[in-house]
Ligand binder design. Structure first.
Ligand code: SF4
Length: 185
């Protein structure tokens, strides 16, 4: 995408719970690719102060935590956009294995261009494009979300097995609901 148009809007959901390495990696990638329109979607300060001032909501109510830290900020940032592109891959988990290339999400179109790529395709592309890896990949974290909800993955497990491990939760909600920045945002 950076080769097509470096001003394409890129939304980064800055939950306030990321690994420090993720924020450094984000900045490195933006500089390397020359992206000029990266938008950090952050949760409203008042909402965090009211509902999660100690940053422990992930433990007592992870669905609500994702709602206020991820889903609502992204929905607000997406207002005015007719379509968005995700990086989801079919091989990442059983729940993503049958994703289509295009989805209707309310009045928006969601495009999943990497859905048919294999893990080797992704690695080959990273190598050919000379892209750096997230530093935690080498430490056993193939899928990286917020720090409190991400653990290393054992050999043979799904890439996303370390996300919300033991919590019975597999998605944060940004891909399971229609992102609507209407009421209650
Ligand atoms: S992934 Fe965990 S810390 Fe991040 S928003 Fe969801 S519950 Fe909260």
């Amino acid at each position: 995408m950076s080769r097509v148009d470096k001003t394409t809007p890129v939304l980064f959901v800055d939950t306030g719970q990321h690994f420090p390495e993720t924020l450094v990696y984000r900045d490195e990638l933006c500089a390397l690719l020359g992206l000029t329109n990266v938008i950090n979607a952050t949760p409203p300060v008042e909402t965090v102060a009211k509902e999660d001032p100690e940053k422990w909501l992930f433990s007592s109510d992870p669905d609500r935590c994702c709602e206020i830290r991820k889903v609502r900020p992204l929905a607000a940032a997406m207002e005015g956009f007719d379509a968005w592109i995700t990086g989801r891959k079919g091989f990442q988990s059983a729940t993503r294995a049958t994703l289509p290339l295009f989805e209707a999400e309310g009045e928006r179109v969601k495009v999943n261009p990497l859905v048919g790529w294999t893990a080797k395709d992704v690695l080959d592309y990273i190598r050919e494009a000379g892209l750096p890896r997230h530093p935690l990949v080498a430490k056993g974290f193939p899928s990286i979300g917020c720090m409190p909800c991400t653990s290393a993955v054992k050999p043979g497990e799904d890439e996303r097995a370390g996300r919300w491990r033991g919590r019975g939760k597999t998605e944060c909600g940004i891909h399971t609901t229609v992102l609507d920045a209407g009421a209650n945002i």
